[in-house]
Design a protein around this ligand. Structure first.
Ligand code: AMP
Ligand code: MG
Length: 354
C-alpha cells in the first residue's frame, strides 16, 4: 500500500467550473443547467434513494437530452421502489414485502434476485463486513436516528440487549435464492434485508447501461455512487471528493474514465446523543457505528461496477486501511482513506489528479 500524506486541496476554478459531480452525496444543486458549447448538460433528481442524483450527458439534441432524462428518472424511480425496505407500493413485490414475508418463499423480481446474489458475493468478499442480512440490527440504529432528528431531547441509542437479540437474526446463509423458480426465502422469520450499502451503486450501473445503449457520454452521481463513462474528446472526468471534515471544498480531486467511484462516510448521515456522533455504517463485530475513519473513497477501474465500488467503500469504512488492503487488491480497486484527524492515505493506483 502506498502511504502518502496529502494536503487538502481547494478545487481550482477550472475544475469547479466543469466539475458536475461530487464524490460524496448531496451537494449538487442545479436542476437543469444550460447547454455548454461542447453539448454538456446536467439534471438532478431530489426525491429518490434519500439522496441527490445528478447526471451529466453530452448532447446538442434537446430531444435526446429529454429522452436521457426520462430514462434515468424511470430507472432510478424503479429501483428506488424495488429496493425500498420501509414502504410498500401497489403492484410491486419490493424488499419491504420480501422482509414482511420472512419465513415464507416469495416470488421476486429478477433485479431483487440479482442484487441479493451480489450481496451474498460481497459478504464473502468483505469477510462479513458488508452484510445485507443485517436488517434487524440496522433497523434499530435507523429508528434511533429518525427519532433523534424528530425529537432531539429524547435522542438515545439502541440498548445492548436489543442489539444482541437482533444480531442473532443476521445470517446471510439463511437468505435462500432459487434462480430457477425466481423466489427468495428468508429462512429466519425474524430476519430482514437492508441493501443500503449497495443499492445506489446497483441502480447507477443500470442507468449507465441504458445511457450507453443510447450512445451517450455520461457521468452519474447517485449520492456518492459515481459512474463515469468517457467524454467525447476522450479526456477523463474530474471529480471532487468532499472534505469530510467540512473544512475545504474538496479533500481531493480524482480523474475518472470508465471508472466507478464510491464514497462512504459517517458525516453523510449521523445523529448525536450526549455529545457523541453516531454514524449510519454499522460494524457487524461491535454492532455499533464504525468510527475508525472520517471517509473512504474507492475507485474500481476498467469499466468498473458502481455496485462493487459501493460495497467496497462501505466495507473499507468499517475495516480501516490496513485490513482492507487485500480485499481492495483482490477486487482491482484502489482507495483514499481520510482519518478522523484529516490525514489522507491512498492505495496504489488511486487516480488522484495531481
Ligand atoms: P454506504 O453509504 O454505501 O456506505 O451505505 C450505508 C448504508 O448501508 C447504511 O445507511 C445502511 O443502510 C447500510 N449498512 C450500514 N452498515 C452496514 C453493514 N455493515 N453491512 C451492510 N449494510 C450496512
Ligand atoms: Mg456502499
Amino acid at each position: 500500500m502506498t502511504e502518502k500524506t496529502l494536503k487538502s486541496k481547494s478545487s481550482p476554478a477550472a475544475v469547479r467550473a466543469v466539475s458536475l459531480l461530487l464524490a460524496a452525496a448531496a451537494l449538487f444543486c442545479c436542476t437543469a443547467c444550460g447547454v455548454k458549447d461542447d453539448g454538456r448538460r446536467s439534471f438532478s433528481l431530489f426525491d429518490l434513494f434519500d439522496t441527490v442524483i445528478t447526471v451529466t450527458v453530452f448532447t446538442h439534441d434537446d430531444a435526446e437530452f429529454m429522452e436521457a432524462r426520462e430514462i434515468v428518472e424511470e430507472t432510478f424511480t424503479h429501483y428506488h421502489r424495488l429496493f425500498d425496505i420501509y414502504n410498500e407500493y401497489e403492484g410491486i413485490t419490493n424488499l419491504a414485502v420480501i422482509n414482511r414475508m420472512a419465513g415464507e418463499e416469495t416470488a421476486a423480481d429478477g433485479d431483487i434476485i440479482e442484487l441479493i446474489l451480489l450481496g451474498k458475493e460481497y459478504e464473502r468478499l468483505t469477510e462479513g463486513a458488508v452484510n445485507i442480512a443485517m436488517g434487524s440490527v440496522l433497523r434499530l440504529w435507523h429508528d434511533c436516528r429518525i427519532m433523534a432528528q424528530s425529537d432531539p431531547d429524547n435522542a438515545h441509542i439502541p440498548s445492548e440487549d436489543a442489539l444482541f437479540e437482533a444480531s442473532l437474526h443476521c445470517d446471510i446463509n439463511s437468505v435462500k435464492v432459487d434462480e430457477q423458480k425466481g423466489t427468495v426465502l428468508l429462512e429466519d422469520p425474524m430476519m430482514s434485508l437492508d441493501v443500503g450499502a449497495i443499492a445506489k451503486g446497483y441502480a447507477a450501473d443500470k442507468a449507465a447501461k441504458r445511457l450507453k445503449s443510447l450512445g451517450l457520454c455520461f457521468l452519474i452521481n447517485c449520492g456518492g455512487a459515481v459512474l463515469a463513462g468517457e467524454k467525447p474528446d476522450g479526456s477523463p472526468w474530474t471529480a471532487g471528493i468532499t472534505d469530510p471534515m467540512g473544512k475545504g471544498e474538496y479533500a481531493a480531486i480524482v480523474q475518472l474514465k470508465n471508472d466507478a467511484l464510491s464514497t462512504s462516510g459517517s458525516y453523510l448521515r449521523s445523529f448525536t446523543v450526549g455529545g457523541i456522533d453516531y454514524g449510519h455504517i454499522i460494524d457487524p463485530m461491535t454492532l455499533k457505528p464504525a468510527d475508525k475513519l472520517a471517509s473512504v473513497s474507492v475507485v474500481c477501474g476498467m469499466e468498473g461496477s458502481a455496485c462493487l465500488a459501493d460495497a467496497l467503500s462501505t466495507a473499507c469504512f468499517i475495516l480501516g486501511a490496513d485490513k482492507a488492503e487485500s480485499m481492495l487488491k483482490a477486487s482491482g480497486a484502489s482507495a483514499l482513506f481520510i482519518s478522523l484527524s484529516g490525514e489522507q492515505r491512498i492505495t496504489e493506483g488511486f487516480p488522484l489528479n495531481e
